[in-house]
Write a protein that binds this ligand. Sequence first.
Ligand SMILES: [Zn+2]
Length: 172
Amino acid sequence: MLRTILIHPDPRLKARADEVGAPDDEIRALADDMLETMYDAPGIGLAAPQIGVMKRILVMDCVKDETAPRQPMVLIDPVITGRSEETNVYEEGCLSIPDQYAEVTRPREVDVTWTDLDGNPQSQHFDGLWATCVQHEIDHLDGKLFIDYLGPMKRQMITRRMQKLKRELARA
Ligand SMILES: [Zn+2]
């Protein structure tokens, strides 16, 4: 089932999401909905708070080649356990901040642990776009957006654009 993606500014996008613990059928159904919503958008990552569900779960698939097989990932209660000193600059966007992009500097590589849909612990080393994406999505679980890395002027400009967009969407 497709879910509605919240648009910034929204208090749910600024709040910390709660730990999930052992996943049940409700969480597995939520993950299915999140993947469907992410692919439909289309986007490469989606965190549960973006659809108004305040749980620590994210989905992502950073395979950019549309002819390559999909590589959906579901991370429950993800934690970054290691960060490279070397950084990487990427022009980020966000499904909750449509059509706005800005360069964000983050560690180039990260180690992440999480719980999978069967309740098993997982860990993986991410680099490249996957590393940027997983950090962006984990930020969502802590109520942080990529525009929070920008200067106040640029952040306010984007926020005003989104307020205008939301007014237009409300009238439509
Ligand atoms: Zn985002």
